[in-house]
Design a binder for this molecule. Structure first.
Ligand code: F6P
Length: 537
């Protein structure tokens, strides 16, 4: 099928997307809807033949069989010998059957932990906890990667639903991060959540120790206001956090998929258990759709296939995600981890080089801000960057309707401009209208040409509720899964982050002792010596 798709690309390379719309049914034929979401991929070069071939490619890679294996709890993360069951966290709110892994009923365990989270959230939000202290007004979530990006992305996204404590997120080992987060907080009314799946991450543990010193300096019973979220009971205990304040989960939930697990506790504290449950319900709804819908009607499958078409057959190495929803400001960063830590690989499941390479570079920023920055390149640059627009029909501020109308207009205008472009003739006529002529007209006109024919997709929802956010995140997760299956890689390990961690562990004592390690590269030694000299001067 791969060769057939290459052939189809060659045959359609000069295709004008705008001409495909001569068929008045194109917009509906190349878009799909599910449970309030609409995914429009009509502004691409896909036609029936290409779509059929892409779906055959998915069948050939056994997307359906591998999807079943994931939902069944098979150990599809073979390099870590783990099941991949973040979907089970959202099935807790459905009527899912029990799932056993290594003799443990993970659904029963998950339900019990979820009930504890709800109880803890209700107690903290009402002021019933802590029993012997003032009400908690601020929560500091310390974590990095998936233990930060999911909660912070969702917290910002669901701002209108926050009626609990303020949450501050600390991830970076740079002391500036924890310093600024703790600044102005009262240790007596602050809860610190140490979120770390492994409880072995350098940045998180260093920040947690700093927070502990801050807490101890400013209040009695400091450790009482520390909560841990981790898969390692031993490590949380060694850190001094009492078991009743530890929320555990299993290693079948990957770090970048853990916002659905107790790692989402900070979100639950802020928006309350009901909204947090709605978030899970949205994710579960997308899971059911992913499992049940035929491939052509399946949103995650089609999102993945359109992405593969652009990256692998059209040769567009990156894609931009542009939410026209200011509260999704951390979604691009979240998707960068989700997509690039999952599919940024070079070897297949069996360790041989990938036949067709790994996943794409993903980047983005909210619109309309991006329009005044990188959209120049997207419209007129020499690299074609497919854009994934994300937009809601309504905002949460009825008094500010005119803002939302302007936002929608901009979103639609951008995808339309990418598609249509502007010819030299049109540019000339515009300039003639402005009184230009001669050489000046010719030069200026060339700068105002837009090639157009640049692909984009648009994901539309009514309003960014907790449920919709859940649907959207699960949609992108399954998209990454489908892409990984077709590329033949393991989307659930992350060996690529290990080497730098190991080297950093070796360099920390070198910096502290002021002596570069013998085996460091010449540039690294020179830089280290320079840092030390600067710091001492
Ligand atoms: O560095 C990569 C990574 O392992 C991510 O996959 C993970 O989300 C992050 O580090 C944090 O890990 P932990 O939750 O174990 O502290």
């Amino acid at each position: 099928m791969w060769n057939e798709l290459i052939r189809l690309r060659e045959a359609t390379e000069s295709r004008k997307i705008s001409e495909l719309f001569d068929d008045t049914s194109r917009a509906s034929a190349f878009s799909l809807q599910n449970d309030g979401l609409l995914f429009d991929y009509s502004k691409t070069t896909l036609d029936d033949d290409i779509r059929t071939a892409l779906i055959d490619l998915a069948r050939e890679a056994d997307v359906e069989g591998k999807r079943a294996a994931m939902f069944r709890g098979d150990k599809i993360n073979t390099t870590e010998d783990r099941a991949v069951l973040h979907v089970a966290s959202r099935a807790l709110v459905g009527d899912a059957d029990d799932i056993e892994i290594d003799g443990r009923n993970i659904m029963a365990e998950g339900r019990e932990t979820f009930e504890r989270m709800i109880q803890f959230s209700n107690d903290l939000r009402s002021g019933a906890w802590p029993e012997n202290g003032p009400k908690i007004t601020d929560v500091v979530n310390i974590g990095i990667g998936g233990s930060d990006l999911g909660p912070v992305m969702a917290y910002k996204a669901l701002m209108p639903y926050i009626d609990g404590p303020r949450v501050h997120f600390v991830s970076n080992v740079d002391g500036a991060d924890i310093h600024d987060a703790l600044h102005g907080l009262d240790p007596n009314t602050t809860l610190v959540i140490v979120s770390s799946k492994t409880f072995g991450t350098q940045e998180t543990l260093m920040n947690a120790r700093t927070a502990m010193r801050w807490m101890e300096a400013g209040s009695d019973n400091a450790m009482e206001r520390f909560v841990a979220i981790s898969t390692s009971r031993e490590r949380t205990e060694a850190f001094g956090i009492a078991p009743e304040r530890v929320f555990g989960f299993g290693d079948w939930i990957g770090g970048r998929y853990s916002v659905w697990s107790p790692i989402g506790l900070s979100l639950m504290l802020a928006v309350g258990p009901e909204n947090a449950t709605e978030f899970l319900r949205g994710g579960h709804s997308m899971d059911c759709h992913f499992v049940d819908a035929p491939l052509q009607e399946n949103m995650p499958v089609m999102l993945a296939l359109v992405g593969l078409w652009h990256q692998k057959f059209c040769g567009y190495a990156t894609r931009a995600v542009v939410p026209y929803e200011h509260r999704l400001s951390r979604l691009p960063a979240y998707l960068q981890q989700l997509e690039m830590e999952s599919n940024g690989k070079s070897v297949a499941m069996d360790g041989t080089p990938l036949a067709h390479g790994g996943g794409p570079v993903v980047w983005g920023e909210p619109g309309t801000n991006g329009q005044h920055a990188f959209f120049q390149l997207i419209h007129q640059g020499t690299n074609v960057v497919p854009v994934e627009f994300i937009v809601g029909a309504m905002g949460h501020e009825p008094d500010l309707r005119e803002h939302h109308e302007a936002l929608l207009a901009n979103c639609l205008a951008q995808s339309e401009a990418l598609l249509k472009g502007r010819t030299l003739e049109e540019a000339r006529n515009q300039l003639i209208g402005q009184g230009k002529s001669g050489d000046e007209l010719e030069v200026l006109a060339r700068h105002r040409v837009f090639s157009g024919n640049r692909p984009s997709t648009t994901l539309v929802y009514k309003k960014l509720t907790p449920y919709v956010l859940g649907q959207m995140i699960a949609l992108y997760e399954h998209r990454v899964f489908v892409e990984g299956v077709i590329l033949g890689l393991n989307s659930f390990d992350q060996w690529g982050v290990e080497l730098g961690k190991e080297l950093a562990d070796g360099l920390v004592p070198a910096i502290a002792s002021g002596k570069a390690p013998e085996n460091a590269n010449g540039s690294t030694r020179m830089l280290l010596e320079h840092f030390l000299a600067l710091a001492a001067s």
